[in-house]
Design a protein around this ligand. Structure first.
Ligand code: BES
Ligand code: MN
Ligand code: MN
Length: 458
């Protein structure tokens, strides 16, 4: 007589299939930032939609937007049971610089228990965990235990611009008892984590123009402004000696951490040594008066992300460039209003710049910070499910990254947002050799399947 399989055993028996399918998903170069990848974006959206259908969703749609399509699916056949909205993104960051990858970014490869490729940790691998958990539940019981809505977007890595419009127009459709997201990290290997706070993000670009065209630096140098020098001087003035952002009013209104929260965050099993090792810089700096964990999760920053202009080719070219450019961003924490911060930053930059250059100042995207209490019963269910998948108790953490949709949902519906990350902080998200620890992928499928199953009795 055959023994009925448990849910965990069913999932274990499908490991090879799950992995083969994940590789197929990762093979689609769905880079949202580059228009040349538009066909790949379309292909990835279609891939997600097809797999939602085969996972058992009766309604699946690909929703066109002014940029990249979103995929929406629902299964509302569990009357009286809770409704969960799951959110993730199928788009990925550009893979460049390509020569720093050990194996090509869109040809997933397995080494030392990790799967390597762009999107493994952020976010295709994590989205796939949910697809496979749901499909396993469907296979196990012939139906989903709860009502589920799924929203997978294709613009997360470029600021989720179309999404806000979709949320505003489809409030009823997106209404749920809770939001579930897997697009964050675990505190470390073997420490399942639930994230209850993220920083917000404003992204800026400036263009400085001095001379109306490039000039011979011998013929003109000494008597004209150099926009590259002026740009460098500008950024040198944006922090003080304690690594605080030198924009007046920047810190005004920030909500102070409670003593209890500060203590809890600093007591987490987080290793400063491992953090520094992973970064690998010759030395460290950060805002005075705060621990490293506080600096990366709870303090705002201003970071220069790219700076260019003038000559960068082989050999020498004696030129005074006409223009200089910079891309930079501010990470925001609760209390800071993105629009107000953008104004303060622009005002201060214009004040610091000399009259010898013109400045074009652009705000490319804005996003609010988020931090919310975690006492709703669903958080204990998440903790219990993670314990089933990982044999370890989950901790509650904050993180420094940004996910615009989480704030939008929280502000719109005030529902619990349960962020269960399966990435690790040193898995090279946004960098060459991005990877995902396979044990976290497999344990994640089990944990999420148990989570959705247990929510039937919430
Ligand atoms: N998954 C990340 C966000 C993240 C990373 C949250 C690590 C917590 C820990 C997401 O894909 C991302 O990269 N977001 C961007 C913001 C976006 C507006 C471009 C970010 O944080 O830079
Ligand atoms: Mn992500
Ligand atoms: Mn990302």
């Amino acid at each position: 007589m055959s023994v009925p399989m448990t849910l965990a055993a069913l999932i274990d028996s499908r490991r090879d299939q799950h992995l083969a399918e994940l590789k197929e998903f990762l093979g689609i170069p769905s880079v949202s930032a580059k228009s040349e990848h538009k066909p790949d974006i379309e292909r990835a959206a279609r891939w997600v939609a097809d797999h939602l259908s085969s996972a058992g969703f009766p309604t699946v749609e690909i929703v066109p937007t002014s940029l990249h399509p979103l995929v929406y699916a629902e299964s509302l056949n569990a009357p009286g049971k809770p409704t969960i909205l799951f959110y993730g993104h199928y788009d990925v960051q550009p893979a460049e610089p390509l020569h720093l990858w050990t194996t090509p970014p869109f040809e997933p490869a397995i080494r030392n228990g990790n799967i390597y490729g762009r999107g493994t940790a952020d976010d295709k691998g994590q989205v796939h965990i949910h697809l496979k958990a749901l499909q396993s539940l469907q296979e196990f019981a012939g139906k989903f235990p709860i009502n589920i809505k799924i929203l997978i977007e294709g613009e997360e890595e470029v600021g989720s611009v179309s999404l806000w419009n979709f949320v505003q127009k489809n409030k009823e459709k997106l209404q749920a008892d809770a939001l579930v997201v897997s697009d964050t990290s675990m505190l470390g290997k073997g420490v399942p984590s639930i994230t209850y706070g993220l920083r917000g993000l404003n992204y800026y670009q400036i263009e400085l123009t001095g001379p109306e065209r490039d000039l011979h630096s011998g013929v003109y140098g000494g008597a004209v402004p150099n926009p590259l020098t002026i740009l460098s001087e500008l950024f040198a003035k944006l922090h003080d000696k304690n690594f605080r952002v030198a924009v007046p009013g920047f810190y005004d209104k920030i909500q102070k951490l409670s003593k209890v929260e500060r203590k809890a965050l600093n007591a987490l099993p987080w290793s400063r040594k491992a953090f520094f090792e992973a970064v690998g810089a010759p030395g460290y700096c950060g805002e005075k008066g705060f621990t490293t964990v506080e600096q990366i999760w709870t303090r705002p920053t201003l970071e220069l992300n790219g700076i260019w202009g003038g000559y960068q080719g082989e050999g020498a070219k004696t030129v005074i460039p006409s223009k200089a450019y910079a891309k930079f961003s501010t990470r925001l924490v609760p209390g800071q209003d993105p629009a107000r911060i953008a104004k303060l930053v622009e005002k201060h930059i214009r004040k610091l710049l000399p009259k010898t250059v013109k400045c074009k100042f652009e705000v490319l995207s804005t996003g609010k910070p988020w931090a919310a209490p975690y006492h709703a019963p669903i958080f204990q269910r998440a903790q219990a499910a993670l314990e089933k998948g990982f044999q370890k108790k989950a901790v509650f953490i904050r993180e420094g990254g940004s996910i615009p949709f989480v704030t939008q949902m929280y502000d719109t519906f005030k529902v619990p947002c349960v962020l269960i990350g399966f990435g690790l902080p040193d898995e090279n998200a946004h960098a060459p050799d991005e990877h995902l620890y396979l044990e976290n992928y497999f344990s994640g499928i089990k944990a999420i399947a148990h989570f959705y199953n247990d929510l039937a009795t919430l």
